[in-house]
Design a protein around this ligand. Structure first.
Ligand SMILES: [Zn+2]
Length: 97
C-alpha cells in the first residue's frame, strides 16, 4: 500500500543527494491511539504516518512521509530550503512534491 507515495517521498531526498536507504516506512490507515493530533513520527530508521490524519488535514501523504524522512536526515522545522519541513499541518496543506 502507498507504494507511489513512499517512492515519491524517497525520491525527493535521493535526488538531492541524501542517503535514504534502509528506512522502514509504515503507512497506517488509522491513528486514534494518540490524544494529540500526531500525523506521523520518526524514530531512528522507522517512520510511521497515519493516512486518516493526513486526509483530515488535507495533506499529501508523500509530503508527510518526506517531512518525516527530513527529520531522519537531521532537518528541523523551518530549516531553510525545504518547504516541506514547515512545522504545522496548516502550512503543509495542499503542498505537493
Ligand atoms: Zn516535523
Amino acid at each position: 500500500m502507498y507504494k507511489e507515495e513512499k517512492k515519491k517521498a524517497l525520491a525527493y531526498w535521493s535526488v538531492r543527494g541524501f542517503d535514504v536507504s534502509g528506512l522502514h516506512i509504515n503507512v497506517k490507515e488509522k491513528s486514534n491511539q494518540w490524544s494529540v493530533p500526531v500525523i506521523g513520527y520518526q524514530k531512528g530508521r522507522i517512520i510511521v504516518v497515519y493516512a486518516d490524519k493526513a486526509k483530515e488535514y488535507n495533506l499529501d501523504l508523500s509530503v508527510v512521509i518526506a517531512h518525516e524522512i527530513g527529520h531522519y536526515l537531521g532537518f528541523r522545522h523551518y530549516d531553510r530550503g525545504h518547504e516541506i519541513m514547515k512545522g504545522t499541518a496548516k502550512e503543509l496543506g495542499g503542498k505537493k512534491l
